[in-house]
Design a binder for this molecule. Structure first.
Ligand SMILES: Cc1cc2nc3c(=O)[nH]c(=O)nc-3n(C[C@H](O)[C@H](O)[C@H](O)COP(=O)(O)OP(=O)(O)OC[C@H]3O[C@@H](n4cnc5c(N)ncnc54)[C@H](O)[C@@H]3O)c2cc1C
Length: 464
């Protein structure tokens, strides 16, 4: 029988490069381990989407699992825009939207380019109520993560909140548990789902480098608003919602964008900006958010609302280049902790990547448990599982997106151009009219060549 081949590192997938599994280290743990005597079979750190999905999957399979969360309750400090794309969760918890605290099903997608005073939008409105499993849902993480961690608990996981994992227990070079709140908690395997800037991944030598050009800072405000006002103002049905994305003036023309999502009786409004762009341009996300709210288009949408919550968080947006090795002896890394986020400019997808990688980590643990081997030889199956799913396939396909998104014209010149052209197109001043093409050439003059626009369009076609 020919040996099974594994990608040693996710980046190897780019070149279709597969290697032999790492040298076998002897299994350290007996096949069936008693939580009562020695610790837990599995410790999952972080009760965000990745950690809850892993703990839920393991508990459902009857495996002893401890889920450790540093906040007082799951979701207490978590930030997402946020739209949850439902298909992965639906596989785990069929028809989840009937019981999960989702806010609204997205029926309207709007992409707008902003200049200082005006905006040009593409507005896609659909009745996709026939496909609730593939729809996007707005969520508020404080409610959503709490529900999800309770689902894991109901399935049999032990959930401890208000306890931070500070260190790893190492035995013979293998991860053998965590130190949390001064206690040593032994485990056959640890799943680090502790989000961006993962302490545990760093400790295990699996950390990803968070350079200012591969991290975005997101700031978000939740604005309370009566549900009838939301439905009227955003032209959505009682359970329908709008997801609006903005480019241009919302970030003062630097690398990033703005978003506005409708919840049941609130709006989630925010900006997400590359850290390097903030530093280079001496900008502050908080100030950008304030001026975004004052934009004529936004002002009317948030009018009368009451800000009730404010939060900020980092997002790893470097794509596949940033993804570290995902496993070592006794440990797997999932979700933002492993930089498994897709940021193509078309959408920001982190939650479903976290869910899918959390599930894959749990499935890997099941395999390791059957073999009684928690060394990296068996845990390397994790890469195989996520490379069979959209997680690594999307990161490979959109490998060039972060580089493409470095183009400053996307955030400055093109939104300006779109708005000034629209102004000319819709202007009726009593003079003979020019064709749209003539107007476009006039607007481009001295700002950008047709050749440059074509080159940017070609780059967009390739990477997006
Ligand atoms: C402003 C903003 C908007 C976004 N919008 C979207 C969107 O619309 N759609 C989308 O799909 N994604 C969006 N994302 C990305 C998405 O939020 C993340 O990709 C996703 O939350 C990752 O899930 P996770 O479980 O890996 O990590 P997290 O959600 O960060 O969860 C990690 C958990 O670990 C806990 N933790 C951390 N360290 C420790 C420790 N040492 N001990 C114990 N617990 C610990 C944390 O408290 C947290 O609960 C957005 C992000 C931001 C910041």
């Amino acid at each position: 029988m020919s040996p099974v081949l594994f990608p040693a590192h996710p980046r190897d997938l780019l070149h279709g490069h597969l290697t032999q599994p790492p040298a076998c280290s002897a299994p350290r743990w007996p096949l069936y381990f008693s939580a009562m005597s020695d610790g837990f079979e599995v410790v999952v750190v972080g009760a965000g989407p990745a950690g809850c999905a892993a703990a839920y999957t393991l508990a459902k399979a009857g495996i002893e699992v401890l889920l450790v969360e540093r906040s007082k309750f799951a979701g207490g400090k978590n930030v997402t825009g946020g739209v949850l794309y439902g298909s992965v969760l639906n596989e785990l918890i069929p028809e989840f939207w009937k019981e999960a605290p989702v806010e609204r099903r997205i029926q309207r997608h709007v992409i707008s380019m902003l200049s200082e005073k005006s905006s040009v939008s593409v507005d896609f409105n659909t009745d996709d109520s026939g496909h609730p499993e593939t729809a996007g849902y707005t969520v508020l993480r404080a409610k959503f993560d709490r529900w999800f961690s309770q689902k894991a608990e109901e399935a049999g996981a032990m959930v401890i909140t208000g306890s931070r994992a500070d260190d790893l227990i190492m035995e013979d070079g293998q991860v053998a548990g965590i130190v949390a709140g001064g206690d040593n908690i032994a485990a056959k395997v640890v799943i680090a789902a502790d989000g961006v800037n993962s302490l545990l991944a760093d400790k295990a030598g699996l950390g990803t480098s968070l350079a200012p050009d591969n991290v975005n800072q997101g700031v978000k405000e939740v604005i309370k608003m009566p549900r009838e006002t939301i439905e009227e103002r955003f032209n959505v049905t009682a359970d329908g919602g709008a997801a609006m994305h903005f480019l241009g003036f919302c970030t003062r023309g630097v690398h990033g964008g703005g978003f506005l999502y409708t919840n049941q009786d609130s709006l989630s409004l925010g900006v997400v900006v590359q850290l390097k762009a903030l530093i280079d341009n001496k900008l502050k996300s908080v100030e950008l958010l304030e001026s975004f709210k004052e934009h004529p288009t936004l002002r009317e949408l948030v009018k009368g609302g009451t800000p009730v919550e404010y939060s900020a968080h980092l997002i790893p947006t470097g794509g596949l280049r940033m993804v570290p090795q995902l496993y070592t002896d006794g440990m797997l890394v999932a979700g933002d902790a492993a930089a498994l986020v897709l940021a193509t400019g078309r959408a920001l997808e982190g939650i479903n990547f976290a869910l899918a990688s959390g599930i894959a980590a749990a499935e890997t643990v099941k395999i390791a448990r059957e073999k009684g081997d928690f060394s990296q030889r068996t845990l390397s199956q994790y890469v195989k599982l996520i490379s069979d799913s959209f997680v690594l396939q999307d990161l490979v396909r959109f490998f060039g997106a972060p580089q493409f998104l470095e183009n400053p014209r996307i955030y400055g010149l093109y939104p300006e151009l779109a708005c000034s052209l629209a102004e000319r197109v819709f202007e009726v001043d009593g003079n003979p009219k020019s064709t749209v093409w003539q107007l476009a050439r006039e607007e481009m003059k001295g700002r950008v060549s047709l050749w440059q626009i074509m080159r940017d369009a070609m780059a967009a076609r390739k990477t997006l």
